[in-house]
Design a protein around this ligand. Structure first.
Ligand code: ADP
Length: 311
């Protein structure tokens, strides 16, 4: 694989009585956004912490930017640390320092760092430059965290759950910023338990559950392979409508007042036409009728038997 900047092979991390990461292998190419997607406890943070030099693996091989194994005792990793940036999970700045002071504090830790005011502008925080951290909104705080992750102009950026706890507008702002990192040629490894976030942002996804890889690939490939095809959904049906649909559409599943039918490839239009014809176009018989495409949530459900939200 060309220009691999992160490599993980047979990675294992055991906490006392707790196998957090079990034999995980993947590669990340330069310039791509790569997502570790999985529910809480899947091992995402542990993997990212190993790559950031925060945790040591129990066994296995990992490298970042340099094909020498991390944690080899003889090597000085200062050079690599200067080239990576990290947004930790649940980032918190100093409440009583301003936005400028928070970013400048971390900038001083590097031998070479960017212009703090420029990065404040890039993160859309100019009018908050002199505001105390504690007075910022959740989205603004997260942008300060991303600014800190970028202050050394890193080649690789680790973002651990970058939008957890944010409202929908702030999430979208952070997504735009992450897309901007890719446009600037950065390699991004992010973790998330939001399947829409992984789908929106990632070039490739590694799906994890209970410390192991479930599958990996591009979002489209995963959905095509494991999503289970389209589903016809008829919601809010009357009792009579449910009976008619069950007769007309073999394999229908009924849940409350909703009827769903798994569609074979290319069957969507025919099934929809059949449903409309048996309902006689009578708007009182059901409330909604549509074809639902599978998502990464369906991929996770089909491969693990668990829901991403509940697992
Ligand atoms: P995720 O980021 O996917 O939510 P984590 O990597 O944080 O998952 O955790 C994976 C597993 O390792 C979980 O069962 C968690 O409880 C456990 N774990 C994480 N950190 C520690 C630790 N410092 N000590 C013991 N167990 C831990």
């Amino acid at each position: 694989m060309d220009d691999v900047v992160i490599g993980v092979s047979g990675l294992v991390k055991n906490y006392p009585n707790n196998p957090a990461v079990c034999n995980v292998s993947f590669k990340v190419r330069r310039g791509e956004i790569f997502a570790l997607l999985g529910p809480n406890g899947a091992g995402k943070t542990t993997i990212i912490k190993i790559l950031e030099f925060v945790e040591r693996p129990t066994s296995g091989f990992a490298y970042v930017l340099d094909s020498e194994q991390l944690y080899a005792l003889t090597k000085d990793y200062t050079g690599i640390k200067e080239k990576i940036g990290a947004l930790p999970q649940g980032f918190k700045g100093f409440d009583l320092l301003t936005v400028y002071e928070n970013i400048d504090y971390f900038a001083q830790m590097y031998r070479k760092y960017g212009n703090v005011d420029r990065i404040i502008d890039e993160m859309g925080l100019r009018d908050k430059r002199n505001a105390l951290f504690k007075h910022l909104s959740g989205g603004q705080k997260q942008r300060v965290g991303i600014a800190i992750a970028l202050i050394n102009d890193p080649e690789v950026v680790f973002l651990d759950e970058p939008t957890t706890g944010l409202d929908p507008k702030a999430r979208r702002d952070v997504w735009d910023m992450i897309k901007g990192l890719k446009a600037r040629g950065k390699t991004v490894l992010l973790t998330t338990h939001y399947m829409d976030e992984a789908h929106q942002l990632a070039d490739r996804i590694c799906v994890l559950n209970r410390g192991s890889i479930v599958t990996h690939g591009t979002p489209e490939d995963l959905i095509n392979k494991y999503g289970g095809g389209n589903t016809l959904v008829v919601r809010g049906c009357s009792t009579g409508a449910i009976e008619r649909l069950r007769e007309a559409l073999p394999g229908s599943l009924v849940s409350g007042n909703d009827v769903t039918v798994r569609l074979a490839y290319g069957d969507g239009m025919a099934a929809m036409a059949k449903a409309i014809s048996v309902l006689g176009g009578d708007g009182h018989l059901c409330q909604e009728l549509y074809v639902k495409k599978p998502t990464l949530e369906d991929v996770f459900l089909n491969l693990t038997g668990e829901r991403l939200d509940d697992a």
